[in-house]
Write a protein that binds this ligand. Structure first.
Ligand code: SAM
Length: 255
């Protein structure tokens, strides 16, 4: 792959690729995994992703009464977080899912229909770096296991800030840096051997799962990501580690 003028190399897993090529490569990964995405999530995390997402939604705490709450779930894929937000909140909670992969969006939309939730959520194809929503239009913004896939994290954070209303909350759930000795080595061995092997056994192709694991290791550490949130203007940026830092939830507020 040759470098185009004015473009830099960025990480695509452990490979360096031209920044203009990264999103297309990411999209290929998700178009391949979309049909088995939910099943693979359970297999790879032993079901833990459900508890992590429950924690994320508990922190968001959408209103349970009659209060209106307009929520955006970016990189929302098959709707796992969106459905949790709807179930945790009252009848006037609405969720918009924006995800760049038409295949993931299509899986999500059909799940929403099956689960009887289409009336309160909508699925759209869109890029976290250039959201098609007006300024100050959402009360809450979540992104789960999505931001490490975007090419320019700073642009995604700026967009999150832009579309949130003043007082709106940003929450990001992402794989992070394990901070417990020994657990880090067990986790590494598991990630680089078991996950691609399970991916290959279930879907016939281990390569997309290798990317998913590698992209975790190249994502900024907890403090560094918090610094990026500060730079984007979020107030009270904080984070909480779950499962020894296997994942972290970062929180911040638009002012
Ligand atoms: N949030 C879902 C969940 O937790 O189950 C899906 C997470 S999945 C690992 C990552 C998602 O990020 C994929 O659906 C992918 O299409 C989406 N994605 C990747 N790059 C994106 C971008 N630039 N803008 C929006 N979505 C993106």
């Amino acid at each position: 792959m040759t470098n185009k003028p004015n473009q830099q190399d960025v990480a695509f897993g452990f490979r360096k690729v031209n920044e203009g090529d990264k999103q297309g490569l990411v999209n290929e990964v998700f178009s391949k995994v979309a049909a088995r995405y939910d099943q693979m999530n359970d297999l790879m995390s032993g079901g833990l992703h459900r508890l992590w997402k429950d924690d994320l939604v508990a922190m968001l705490n959408p209103p349970k009464g009659q209060g209106a709450f307009n929520h955006l779930d970016v990189a929302g894929g098959t709707g796992d977080v969106a459905f949790r937000v709807l179930r945790a909140g009252g009848p006037n909670v609405r969720v918009t899912v924006a995800d760049i992969s038409p295949e993931m969006v299509s899986e999500g939309r059909s799940r929403a229909g099956t689960e009887g939730l289409l009336g309160r959520c909508s699925f759209t194809v869109g890029n976290a770096e250039a959201l098609a929503f007006p300024d100050k239009s959402f009360d809450g913004y979540t992104i789960a296991f999505g931001i490490r896939n975007v090419t320019h994290i700073d642009r995604a954070l700026a967009e999150a800030y832009r579309v949130l209303k003043p007082g709106g909350r940003f929450l990001c759930l992402e794989f992070s840096q394990v901070d417990i000795p020994l657990l880090d080595r067990i986790y590494d061995a598991y990630s680089f051997t078991v996950i691609p092997a399970v991916g290959k056994a279930v879907t016939g192709d281990g390569q997309p799962y290798r990317y998913l694991v590698e992209s975790i290791r190249t994502f900024p550490k907890q403090e560094d990501f918090k610094g990026m949130m500060d730079d984007a203007g979020f107030a009270n940026a904080t984070y909480r580690n779950l499962t020894g830092g296997v994942v972290a939830i970062h929180s911040g507020w638009r002012i």
